[in-house]
Design a protein around this ligand. Structure first.
Ligand code: CO
Length: 289
């Protein structure tokens, strides 16, 4: 089957509003990464708060991992392209994330977790996305799901493989569905020149991050290690991508904006400053464990 919908093609595909290179930084105990979605883009890309890309074959760049730290008020989604990382949290969950697997953690009212490499050499590559929770959901009980690679639905056709992590694509329901933010999270593997279309509601905020090769969205070329923020023109009905001359891999991420105040202090994301102070106090009092 075709994943470019020739009989039901998009009438008004989105254009690229802006290309973003991200910022090299380190986090955890010194893991080198590129912060692709930075804090200044939280409003524009609501309900997404952060996207980090990590990828290195130098153990010194990742071996220190992310020792015990808290979260409250949102969800963290870790997608491992290559490597092994072990998760442990204060709710008693433990899981090993390896090639192609996803960990979907709902911090809710609070969790303390660690994410530590379980390899001493080789490549570690992947992404962590932060997805906000609506104010009414921020204090829900924490949740955790490991999704092994084999349980991520895939759709194939015309030089395109789509891994449907969340939402749905061409009739295939993803591993995770969420009300309210309705996230779509696709990992696209495109052969040279392959085309892919995804219908998206015009009001949903959306972006593409290319992590191998290059692709074009309309007139705009998007090289590797760039995020393309897709415009929200009222008439737009989706996005159409075409790979360049090399095999290309990209994330397509979209969701319904919450349109609520965003207050962030490190690993806590709430609606107000008072709620942040409460989060810090609760953490210090041991109430997140
Ligand atoms: Co964390």
């Amino acid at each position: 089957m075709s994943l470019s919908n020739p009989t039901n093609a998009l009438q008004h595909p989105r254009r690229v509003e802006r290309l973003v290179a991200g910022q090299a930084t380190s986090d955890g105990a010194g893991v080198k990464l590129i912060r692709v979605l930075t804090q200044d883009l939280q409003r524009r890309l609501d309900p997404f708060l952060m996207l980090d890309a990590f990828g290195s074959d130098r153990p010194g760049d990742y071996i220190a991992g992310f020792p015990s730290h808290p979260h409250r008020g949102f969800e963290t989604i870790t997608y491992m392209i290559a490597g092994r990382m072990r998760h442990r949290d204060s709710a008693g969950n433990e899981g090993l994330l390896d090639d192609g697997a996803v960990q979907w953690m709902t911090a809710g009212r609070g969790v303390i977790h660690s994410e530590m490499p379980e390899q001493e050499d080789g490549v570690m590559e992947g992404f962590q996305l932060w997805l906000n929770l609506a104010g009414v959901d921020k204090m829900q009980a924490p949740g955790y799901r490991d999704i092994p690679s084999a349980q991520i639905p895939e759709q194939r056709g015309d030089g395109v493989t789509v891994r449907v992590i969340a939402g749905s694509s061409h009739g295939v329901a993803g591993a995770v569905q969420r009300p309210r933010t309705e996230p779509v999270y696709l990992d696209l593997h495109l052969a040279p020149g392959a085309r892919f279309e995804q219908p998206l509601p015009a009001g949903h905020n959306a972006f593409v991050y290319v992590y191998r090769g290059a692709l074009s969205v309309g007139e705009t070329s998007v090289p590797a290690q760039r995020m393309a923020i897709l415009a929200n023109d009222a008439s737009s009905d989706g996005v159409s991508l075409q790979a360049g001359a090399a095999p290309t891999r990209a994330l397509l991420i979209a969701g319904a904006p919450l349109r609520e105040p965003i207050a962030q202090h490190g690993p806590f994301v709430m609606n107000t400053r008072e709620q942040l102070i409460q989060a810090v106090e609760d953490f210090q009092a041991g109430k997140l464990a």
